[in-house]
Write a protein that binds this ligand. Structure first.
Ligand code: 16G
Length: 248
């Protein structure tokens, strides 16, 4: 991690515009962690080592680290040091899958299926998938885990014309679609804050009323066909949602 930090800190220093050293260090740590090369639980170099490595005062390093702890990116354990927090940084503007997000953080994605069936599209699903009501669809209802920790609940509907057998989905829906060259290329998403009801909270090992984020995704193939309609309920305390914005 030291080399990656040194590299990023130097790179930010070469960019136009001046920023305060602690802010530059804060951004460097954030960029290195969010780039995905550093796993949750990795120890940050000590305050003294960072100060030496980057020729900064320990006060500056301490201030940068305190800011990142406030953001939830790092956690501090008494006597043991500072670590990359187990929160998962998820881009809401990139077409990644649950499996991609977890693997890029070095976590082990797992699912428990509550439903994996063939059914007829409800009027709502038919509308979301551009099908006529009653068309055959496959349905997946999964609790999604990172290792032993439940992180999300997902309900997915896919036109059966695009994925014939729901049992092809073992770990990853997108891998199953990829095997037929039908991995989605584009998606429309809607996000909403939610409070988990008692049933959802129990599935996620949380207290009823805990906060979460509902993301509704309609994903498309290159030819415009809708390949999935998914409602994902992500645990609010396990994820940081980020988006890169451009002014045009
Ligand atoms: C993500 C997607 C979800 C997709 C799933 C596939 C968001 C908000 N949602 O959770 O729409 O169905 O990944 O994951 O990113 P999988 O390939 O691991 O089954």
């Amino acid at each position: 991690m030291q080399q990656a930090l040194l590299h990023e800190y130097t790179r930010l220093g070469d960019q136009p515009g001046r920023s305060l050293a602690y802010d530059r260090l804060r951004r460097a740590v954030r960029n290195v962690v969010e780039a995905g090369g550093v796993h949750a639980g990795t120890a940050l170099p000590s305050e003294r080592d960072l100060a030496g490595l980057l020729s900064l005062s320990r006060v500056t390093v301490r201030k940068a680290i305190a800011g990142l702890i406030d953001e939830g990116l790092l956690t501090q354990r008494h006597g043991a040091g500072t670590f990359v927090a187990a929160r998962i940084v998820k881009s809401v503007s990139r077409m990644t899958s649950f499996t991609d997000d977890l693997r890029s953080r070095g976590l082990d994605p797992r699912s428990v299926f509550l439903e994996r069936s063939i059914s007829e599209a409800t009027p709502e699903e038919a509308m979301a998938l551009d099908l006529s009501p009653g068309s055959p669809v496959i349905r997946l209802y999964r609790i999604r885990y990172g290792g032993d920790e439940p992180l999300a609940i997902e309900r997915t509907t896919v036109p059966q014309a695009l994925l014939a057998d729901p049992h092809e989905v073992v770990d990853s829906l997108y891998e199953a679609l990829d095997a037929h060259d039908r991995r989605p290329k584009r998606a429309l998403q809607r996000l909403r804050a939610v409070a988990f009801d008692a049933k959802q909270a129990a599935m996620l090992d949380l207290a009823p009323g805990s906060p979460g984020l509902l993301i509704e995704r309609r994903a498309f193939l290159d030819d415009g066909r809708v390949v999935e309609f998914t409602r994902s309920y992500y645990r609010g305390d396990a994820y940081d949602f980020v988006a890169e914005l451009h002014s045009d």
